[in-house]
Design a protein around this ligand. Structure first.
Ligand SMILES: [Zn+2]
Length: 428
């Protein structure tokens, strides 16, 4: 693997002290070998004068293959949205899932994301697209009760098979994706937990996205969803709950005590008008680890983590009438080291430190919407000013996926063409 020297950049390290430096960075064997003034030369040099290097962003909840469905189920009441999404989803073929996943990966590369958490069936197909793109995917095979699934065979067995075939792969990390309490019984949750504890897989699940979900569950089980998950012994360190919007303080404490993480999805929640705003300030004071996800392209409709950070901060401030809530630094923490921690990968990714994987996004600082820069304004610049169009280069595990806005890992024209065809197929 080629060594790379990044010269003269502002480096937002996201290390323990949240240092912002100006200097160089040497990448060797996929890892960060040196930061500061680097005298050594490398196989490839990137001139990053005036640019900002940040850790590659972690999109902690998405359904990447749904990118070819964007715009197909917009502006509808929640139940009509679900019905429409499910009816389109039922028509999907392996070919268009692959095309959708490649398009999603392309969009994420262009937006500075290097790691994403996916939940879907057919993760074996999505794994192929992920490997081609060069991104790191934690791919969580959808698991739900037999009576609700369209999958052939038993979902948990399919997930187990997917795990066996990708075990030990560093860029495709298999996980378990429980769709939610409305389609997963106690037995399904506990079966998944048993498999996760045995294999080290992540338990990723939708939790308390809508008020209806919470009250339907309460009527059936006399417990709210997170309380119930705690009571059945499901919650633990390997849990990552998406949405986590309609929660009580008691449930937040359940999540904190168990060491669970959450992935908040502000744009999705706002677009579907589910009414719930994730209680991020309470989660932070209780010690719940927070990450950010875009959710899928029918509910966002973009996979832009820079936009997601800004929206999260603004939504939280507006909701509490308090501009001090969720600072730019905290939003960036959620999208980097918080995401890494949610995946148990905080020793490998999520910050720019010697020895860690070289997962980086280089943002063009000399852009009208970001410039001028000072070290003390950089983090605010990334969260409040930058957009995906400012991302210049992306490196994942030391491999350049995009250099100077040219995507190297995927043929962009092919990806756009095949996803266009996939959309035509779904609309016909
Ligand atoms: Zn989702």
């Amino acid at each position: 693997m080629k060594s790379i020297l990044v010269k003269g950049a502002y480096i937002v390290t996201q290390n323990e002290a949240r240092q912002v430096l100006k200097g160089d960075m040497l990448i060797e064997n996929g890892r960060i070998a040196a930061i500061g003034e680097v005298k050594d030369s490398a196989d490839e040099t990137i001139d990053a004068q005036g640019d900002i290097v940040i850790p590659g962003l972690v999109n902690a909840h998405t359904h990447v293959a749904m990118t070819v469905m964007k715009g197909m189920a917009d502006d509808l009441p929640f139940n009509d949205f679900l019905e429409k999404s499910f009816s389109i989803d039922a028509k999907r073929t392996e070919k268009d899932i692959h095309a959708g996943a490649r398009l999603g990966c392309l969009e994420m590369i262009r937006g500075g994301t290097t790691t994403f958490v996916d939940m879907y069936y057919s993760e074996d197909v999505i794994a192929r697209a992920t490997i081609e793109s060069g991104l790191r995917g934690v791919l969580c095979w959808a698991v739900l009760d037999h009576e609700f699934t369209t999958q052939k065979g038993v979902p948990l067995k399919n997930c187990q098979r997917f795990h066996s075939s990708h075990q030990g792969n560093e860029m495709v990390i298999p996980g378990i994706g429980l769709q939610g309490v409305y389609v997963c019984s106690k037995e399904t949750f506990l079966g998944a937990k048993e498999l996760a504890d045995r294999t080290g897989m992540l338990l990723h699940f939708h939790l308390s996205e809508t008020r209806k979900e919470v009250y339907d569950h309460k009527r059936k089980h006399q417990r709210r969803p997170a309380d119930w998950l705690q009571e059945i012994g499901f919650l633990g360190r390997n849990c990552l709950a998406a949405h986590a919007a309609w929660l009580t303080i008691n449930e937040i404490n359940d999540l904190a005590r168990s060491g669970s993480s959450i992935a908040t999805c502000p744009v999705s929640n706002m677009k579907l008008a589910t009414g719930g705003v994730a209680p991020i300030p309470e989660m932070m004071s209780a010690g719940v680890n927070v990450a950010i996800g875009t959710d899928g392209s029918t509910t966002n409709n973009s996979l832009d983590m820079l936009g997601e950070m800004k929206t999260l901060a603004l939504l939280q401030k507006a909701n509490r009438w308090d501009p001090t809530i969720v600072s730019a630094q905290q939003a960036l923490d959620f999208a980097t080291i918080g995401g890494a921690r949610a995946l148990g990968l905080e020793k490998e990714i999520g910050s720019i430190e010697v020895g860690k994987r070289a997962d980086l996004a280089i943002i063009e600082g000399r852009s009208a919407n970001i410039w001028p820069l000072r070290e003390q304004t950089l983090v605010a610049g990334i969260v409040y000013c930058a957009n995906a169009g400012n991302v210049r280069s992306v490196i994942c595990s030391g491999r350049p996926l995009m250099l100077d806005r040219r995507v190297l890992s995927l043929n962009e024209d092919d990806v756009l063409e095949e996803s266009n065809e996939a959309m035509s197929g779904l609309l016909s």
